[in-house]
Design a protein around this ligand. Sequence first.
Ligand code: COA
Ligand code: AMP
Length: 637
Amino acid sequence: MSNPFEEAYARSINDPEGFWADAAEGITWTKKWDKVLDDSKAPFYRWFAGGELNTCYNCLDRHVEAGRGDQAALIYDSPVTGGTQKTYTYAELTDEVARVAGALKAEGVEKGDRVVIYMPMVPEAAIAMLACARLGAIHSVVFGGFASNELAVRIDDAKPKLVMSATCGIEVNRVLDYIPLLDKAIALAKHKPDACMILARPESEGTITNVKHVDWASASAGAAPAACVPVESSHPLYILYTSGTTGQPKGVVRDNGGHAVALKWSMKNIYDIDPGDVFWAASDVGWVVGHSYIVYAPLMQGATTVLYEGKPVGTPDAGAFWRVIADHKVKALFTAPTAFRAIKKEDPKGELLKNYDISTFKYLYLAGERTDPDTLKWAEDMLKVPVVDHWWQTETGWPIASNCMGLHVYPVKPGSPTKPVPGWNVQVLHEETHEPVPTGQIGAICVKLPMPPSSLLTLWNADQRYIDAYLEEYPGYYKTADAGMFDEDGYISIMARTDDIINVAGHRLSTGGMEEVLSSHPDVAECAVIGVEDQMKGQLPLGFLVLKSGVTKEADEVVAEIVALVRQQIGPVAAFKQATVVQRLPKTRSGKILRGTMQAIADNKEWKMPATIDDPAILDEITEALEGVGYGTARKD
Ligand code: COA
Ligand code: AMP
């Protein structure tokens, strides 16, 4: 007969309500649901309709009540602050979160209010998220690598009552003062929060001038601990903005109930993590991985989560990950392949690994971008544990495809994240006929509706955009915007995005958003941004600029201004450092820029002359320009 994975998968597809009702027993509800799946307002599906719960209670209080109060809940490890380490037990974390929630309440934050969290990787970032969840307030974490302008866009969309932040973030070699960034964002935004609650870090000081400044430490020390507020299952837990095809990011809305059920289920069944195990997601709370697997899922499972303020290399060296695993007895690490490429580059033979005892380490999970076979093999050879490439998106909140370590371990096929996870009815569809394509053929990867719990409810204040962006093109399906294929064993491969999203060091970025910044420069008439292959970061953005006639500046000068502008408008995370000036852009006869062809030339891949190209000669100019900046046949790697 079949294995536990196959049984779980079949049941999740044939009897989703029964499957997820069983999984929901893992969560404490203050009111049991009336209906497991409410499809009365499809395509706006709701899981556990009528049910009520509190996510923070499920992450913290209930473990204390069950006698786990003295167990480590969160370990903070910070090489960038001289090696700070701090452990919070479940009891301590519950108290701290309750007091911070009390401080939020004292500032008038209530159920349904939005709170923007712009924080470095300190325990208070997780505490802030959990404090919002405790009150039923909706948090929206903004990654610290985004500039004021991006923060302002999110403030205007989410309209927060309060912003929670710190005086600074710390990168490898610099302290980033947040106060000027925040003041500028608030000045730029039309919506003004009532106050900013600021964690004073010893590395930097400052006071918010544009709105009320609330000092985190004194406000929470003086606050009465707040109780957990039960909320409806479909009440939003958070909004997380992610790149769309324009500069206006998409506010992915996650519910409380479905999210709790799916994440709790994933910890044992996908990640093989039990209560008391130490789980480390080396990501950032600004990304979905950080939300799900630094904060919510490990705590729901009663495991210990590691919150790491550092990098895989440079803090201080390429042995940092092994040091953290050894120091905290980590069972499983979750990171992006780019982190392993960075380690491999600095320490190809894994010499630094010999300095550490990593015998507790059982699994490496990689996501955010495809795990290239070289990196997979290197990690397997070094660590001698299963290396699991798994695929997911901000929109889903948990993996769509993975080798499920808690159910059945399949042989690994390099380049594939194995099979769709229970709950996900994944189909590869033909772009024109919308019918499933035969095995082995590439098509649009779609998920049959309804999607399993934890999938996005909608986009914040943008139901129609949700439908247009994800549901319209393939009726009855969610479009992942990834292209790929199934093989004869049911393994899926994720090949490429079908939109203009690129993946830089595991960070999802919109080339359309960058093009908007480039076109705002007064000397630029037209532009295009493509993602070019990069050995370390997977992809890097590269800009093409057509200057307005009459511009007398040197090309280098305009490029330098453009690079500075993207850093200022989007932030350092865009990693936009290269652009080239061209006379014209290659287009189809209907005026569409041929970005795919430019990308193939840049990556020195085979390409065909597009049948609809307007003027083929332009591609010669582009080829020359690309060679001038080290791409195309001039690539060194
Ligand atoms: N706040 C402010 N700036 C930040 C930041 C933050 N939280 N995070 C990154 N940046 C800055 C970096 O300092 C860098 O600035 P620079 O242009 O002055 O050098 C820029 O944004 C680009 O960052 P990044 O692309 O991350 O490059 P890096 O060289 O700093 O680090 C890696 C490269 C591979 C080590 C790093 O990207 C990494 O660890 N990635 C894997 C883990 C991960 O976060 N995955 C995300 C989802 S799972
Ligand atoms: P994000 O929303 O930032 O998590 O980015 C999601 C996108 O990253 C997906 O749509 C994919 O394009 C890509 N991605 C994430 N994980 C993988 C993976 N394991 N293999 C291939 N691509 C991935």
